[in-house]
Design a protein around this ligand. Structure first.
Ligand code: C2E
Ligand code: CA
Ligand code: CA
Length: 712
């Protein structure tokens, strides 16, 4: 209730009475005081103006004759201020004015001119009507101000929205465009108004006319039309990708609002992500996924044209060594360099990808004949197989290449890739630095290889491997020098499998490291177990495959096994083939140095079969030469082989090395070797590789005479 009274509007509009005579004011107050308005009385023009500045006055009753500022002057001043300009004025006058004076009173804003004395009822009535009108005028003014504000608000929303906004009429003509839209189209807002919407769009399918466009159809059906992949035709630059939505406005407006969202950043991001997904980060070439896509699209293209093409699979030889010995960052450099070399060697439209690791693959498009692919393969091998300089070190790489031609070797992405991969493996098997075309027989071989590989894994898990020990005998004295440990695979179905069959597989699949560690442990444990029986002079020879020899952890593995079983390093002889030594001379020298430091002996296995010259013997510190079985088995028939054997024996003596003849099967061979001062022999003549229990029982001193007499 109090609140209601405090509210001035609740007490009614304000009626201001201006008269210089006090008695008039009192009379007016008495006369008008009980109306639906509030009466304020003031006795001068100045006071009246002051009052109107502080209060919302609805009507002024203004005495004309006042000393100082008269009524007309007050009215004129009121017109000068926006706050008071529209307040209605009733002039009150005691004297009759000339018509001119009355008219000028109206001209400066009077709504009425009343002569005193007046009929109070009439005045009250007039006041009521005028105040009500004034109230309406005031309300209207407020409303229009509110409208102005809202319009300004809407306009600022439209002006500041970063989405492009258009209003299109039913004929497809732009009626409104906001600045963002103009900006997207690289035009002025005014230029757009009145132009056809379709002129600014590049749609996936251009409609024949506005009436056939999706915009129009959706609008007619009262639904929103959306296009996520529209393009805006900008004035000059490239088209701008946008997402559009176009919704009908209320029916009577006969138009629709179209909102365009700039998608260029998102599109760019999308394209970037897409290209990242198919790019190899290291080399910038395509990756496996990218190559799959390229091959797929090439296949669908070529199927129609009837052309030929080839997939070339290239695997680096010797890369692993770089990685292991020089570290990964050096490895990465090599891969980048090789990638650049390969890329430069191919035609611009050939596709080159890195499949992972050191494997590359190329797609040779539109070939004349398979020979072209062979020529490319030769070129690539030649390119890669040079000395590369990395971090100041020289390294030698090689490459093995498999080729699969379309359509002969496969018609699908997977088929072609598999065929090229198999051919590459064949090339590797054939001795690296070669290329091979895929042939259907490879398929069968590959399958059995796969099976073998799988059962090897099982063998490791089920512990189906065993070592046998072949004695090494001093030819002259018959003294037991030591045993060579040889690996056997006891296959549950196939029986004993020869190491010549599965060791290359173990190497290729890198399973050799797991088996290798087992061999070291097993062999060295056996050596320890023999200490009481054979003493600490007994040697144990362990074979180390080329892959094992290339591994940096070889020495550590051996050291750990020796320590674990408390065996002296000098009891251990490591057998390495010539080819393993020749892989990478630098690395070999380092590996040998570390082995010597550990204190183990080093033997060159299958000596004489390698391609290398004898010159390197000077560079490597070794202890023993093992003459390959091939020479021994032929030497009695072939003078050439006999010459080789006696030369190797002499060489060993000169270099102060032990020499062991392998594969001695007959007494005649033994005698020949004894005559030529060969130190040690190994072979079926004495014993094959023996299971542990039989080796246990082997005599420390082998008696040729007794043994011969025993009927051998
Ligand atoms: P290798 O190191 O030259 O081993 C000698 C091979 O000659 C052995 O074959 C042995 O059984 C066989 N042999 C010994 N005396 C005679 C003989 O008088 N006449 C004939 N015909 N053969 C004889 P095996 O055990 O089949 O091993 C073949 C190759 O497999 C080995 O050649 C060696 O390179 C590799 N190997 C064997 N065991 C291991 C191993 O534990 N680790 C590694 N990395 N390779 C091994
Ligand atoms: Ca050997
Ligand atoms: Ca050998």
């Amino acid at each position: 209730m109090n609140q209601l009274l405090a509210d001035p509007s609740a007490a009614g509009p304000v009626l201001l009475v201006v008269d210089d005579r006090e008695e008039n004011l009192v009379a007016m107050d008495a006369l008008l005081g009980d109306g639906e308005w509030q009466v304020r009385t003031v006795d001068s023009g100045e006071a009246a103006l002051r009052c109107m500045m502080t209060e919302d006055v609805g009507l002024v009753l203004l005495d004309v004759q006042m000393p100082g500022m008269d009524g007309f002057e007050v009215a004129r001043l009121m017109r000068g201020s926006p706050r008071t300009r529209f307040i209605p004025i009733i002039f009150l006058s005691a004297i009759a004015h000339t018509e001119a004076a009355v008219l000028s009173g109206y001209a400066i804003g009077a709504v009425d001119f009343i002569l005193k004395p007046f009929d109070p009822k009439v005045l009250r009535y007039k006041i009521g009507v005028l105040l009500e009108q004034e109230q309406h005028r005031h309300d209207l003014q407020m409303l229009s101000q509110q409208l102005d504000r809202e319009r300004a608000f809407n306009a600022s929303v439209l002006n500041n929205a970063s989405e492009g906004i258009l209003v299109i009429d039913g004929e497809g003509v732009i009626r409104f465009a906001n600045p963002a839209m103009a900006g997207m189209l690289d035009r002025q807002v005014e230029e757009l108004q009145g132009t056809a919407l379709l002129d600014h769009l590049q749609l996936p399918e251009e409609p024949q006319s506005w009436q056939q466009s999706e915009f129009y159809r959706a609008w007619r059906a009262g639904r929103t039309y959306r296009a996520h992949d529209a393009l805006l035709a900008t004035r000059s630059g490239p088209a701008l990708p946008v997402a559009l939505s176009c919704s009908p406005l209320q029916q009577y407006q006969n138009s629709m609002v179209l909102i365009a969202l700039d998608m260029s950043v998102i599109r760019k991001l999308h394209a970037q992500l897409e290209s990242q997904a198919i790019t190899d980060a290291l080399t910038g070439l395509q990756n496996r996924r990218g190559f799959h896509q390229s091959l797929e699209s090439a296949l669908s293209r070529i199927e129609r044209s009837g052309q030929r093409m080839a997939v070339i699979y290239l695997d680096l030889d010797g890369f692993k060594r770089v990685n292991d010995s020089l570290g990964h960052s050096a490895g990465d450099k090599v891969l980048r360099k090789v990638a650049a070399q390969l890329k430069a060697a191919l035609r611009p439209y050939d596709v080159l990808a890195r499949m992972g690791g050191d494997e590359f693959v190329a797609l040779l498009d539109s070939l004349e004949s398979p020979e072209d692919a062979a020529r490319v393969a030769e070129k690539l091998i030649e390119l890669v197989s040079i000395r590369h300089k990395v971090d100041g070190m020289e390294i030698t790489l090689g490459a093995s290449v498999g080729i699969a031609c379309f359509p002969e070797c496969g018609q699908t992405v997977d088929g072609l890739l598999r065929a090229a991969d198999m051919a590459m493996y064949e090339a590797k098997r054939a001795g690296r630095q070669q290329y091979r075309f895929f042939s259907p027989e490879m398929n069968g071989r590959a399958r059995s290889r796969l099976m073998l590989e799988e059962s090897l894994r099982q063998a490791i898990e089920q512990n189906d491997f065993a070592l046998v020990y072949q004695p090494q005998i001093d030819l002259a004295s018959g003294r037991l020098r030591g045993f060579e440990a040889l690996l056997r695979w006891q296959h549950r179905v196939a029986g004993t499998v020869a190491p010549g069959v599965f060791i290359p597989l173990l190497e290729e699949t890198r399973l050799i490291n797991r088996v290798g560690e087992w061999i070291f442990d097993q062999g060295i444990a056996q050596c320890r177990a023999w200490r009481e029986r054979f003493g600490e002079e007994l040697l144990l020879s362990l074979n180390v495959s080329p892959v094992q020899f290339g591994m940096p952890q070889l020495v550590d593995d051996l050291r750990r096994a020796l320590e674990r079983h408390g065996v002296k390093a000098s009891q251990l002889e490591v057998e390495v083939t010539e080819s393993a030594l020749m892989q990478d001379l630098q690395a070999t020298r380092e590996q040998l140095r570390q082995l010597r430091e550990l204190g183990v002996r080093i033997a060159i296995d299958d000596f004489g079969t390698g391609y290398s010259s004898l010159a390197y013997l000077r560079h490597f510190e070794i202890d023993t030469l093992k003459i390959d079985r091939l020479f021994i088995s032929n030497m009695l028939e072939s003078p050439k082989d006999a010459a080789i054997v006696s030369t190797i024996i002499d060489l060993a003596h000169h270099l102060d090395l032990d020499v062991i003849a392998e594969g001695v099967e007959t007494h005649a061979q033994r005698e020949w070797l004894a005559q030529h001062s060969c130190g040690t022999m190994q072979g079926f003549l004495v014993a094959p590789g023996l299971p542990r229990e039989q080796a246990d029982a082997f005599p420390r001193q082998f008696d040729w005479v007794d043994w011969k007499a025993a009927g051998q």
